[in-house]
Design a binder for this molecule. Structure first.
Ligand code: PBG
Length: 323
């Protein structure tokens, strides 16, 4: 045998010399849940290790994450059912606790980077990402609501707007709404290729945001499709997206790879709640080594081509790295 690939694996020095993919805390975005009130820290039953925080406690949590090198956070509001309506008006209301909390966070930690979803579901009494009429999700009528939501978030200090609704034309609409309001520097990380997935369950539990009727298949993509991802991504680039996101991550590594090959804007991937819940559950049963499984999963998403990864594992990964 002339060629013995095992020679390049014979010790850890050589193995790390030829490592092709790197993964660090700088690549991670940490999704966290916010609830109104004080001294609240309630665990999400289908997503152990993750909590709905009130702002006083979230401030402390963010501080400890910053110390570990996690600088980017995606914050999601768990909104009381009483505040939800068909037009998601609370999403841009003056006294919205979420928008106030963003202000407080930015005042306390000016260098933290805050990302925020733009979609109607956390605020909608229908539990859909768009406006519902006679059982239909209306596209064009949803756009002005998303625009108002994006402006309100930018005003509060959000650095990166994440349109996660999958309405057609929303990136362009939001981009021009932001620009007209003086927020040309606010970035857009578009949920460009977002599939109608079974893996969002724990997230919908966290926000109590599951659709009241029907499903999201008329706007989120069919898991069978890959070529269609190119259409979505090309539109978002044209409309002004700064990052293209693929969601979920693990069942769609081929799509992450495809986008990386085809587009020059940075690609991110959302390692969603259900993907993380599977690992928490298996680790709890002693079926998997948690630390090794997390590192391997995140590495695989980077290897597929993601620059950044949104993951509920962010803090644990950072802690493992510190060790
Ligand atoms: C809302 C939204 C969802 C997620 C992020 N933003 C759920 C959905 O589309 O139903 C899922 C994130 C996760 O599962 O971790 N538009």
């Amino acid at each position: 045998m002339n060629i013995r690939p095992r020679r390049n694996r014979k010790n850890s020095v050589i193995r790390s010399m030829i490592e092709e993919t790197n993964l660090g805390v700088e690549h991670l975005i940490y999704p966290v849940f916010l609830v109104d009130g004080k001294k609240q820290k309630t665990e999400i039953s289908s997503l152990p290790n993750n909590y709905r925080w009130s702002i006083d406690l979230l401030l402390k949590e963010v501080e400890s994450c910053l110390k570990l090198g996690i600088n980017t956070f995606d914050i999601f509001p768990a909104v009381d059912d009483k505040l939800k309506d068909v037009v998601a008006s609370y999403s841009y209301a003056e006294d919205n606790f979420y928008l106030k909390a963003i202000r407080t966070l930015k005042e306390s930690f000016p260098d933290m980077v805050i990302m925020s979803d733009v979609a109607m579901d956390p605020y909608s009494s229908d539990g859909h990402d768009g406006l519902v009429r006679n059982g239909e999700i209306l596209n064009d009528e949803t756009l002005p609501i998303l625009g108002k939501m994006a402006i309100a978030q930018a005003q509060s200090g959000v650095d990166i707007i994440g349109p996660s609704d999958m309405m057609d034309g929303r990136v362009g609409y939001i981009r021009s709404a932001l620009d007209k309001s003086g927020y040309a520097d606010t970035s857009i990380m578009s949920y460009s290729v977002k599939y109608a997935s079974a893996f969002y369950g724990p997230f919908r539990d966290a926000l109590n945001s599951a659709p009241k009727s029907g499903d999201k298949k008329t706007y989120q993509m069919n898991p069978a499709n890959k070529r269609e991802a190119l259409i979505e991504a090309a539109l978002d680039v044209e409309e002004g997206a700064d990052f293209l996101m693929v969601k979920p991550a693990l069942c769609y590594l081929d799509v992450i790879h495809l986008l990386k090959e085809q587009f020059d804007v940075p690609i991110t991937a959302y390692n969603v709640s259900g993907e993380c819940a599977m690992v928490y559950a298996a680790a709890e049963k002693g079926w998997l080594n948690y630390e090794m499984a997390v590192a391997e999963m995140l590495l695989s998403i980077r290897r597929a081509g993601a620059n950044g990864i949104l993951t509920y594992f962010a803090k644990d990964f950072a802690q493992f790295q510190k060790k």
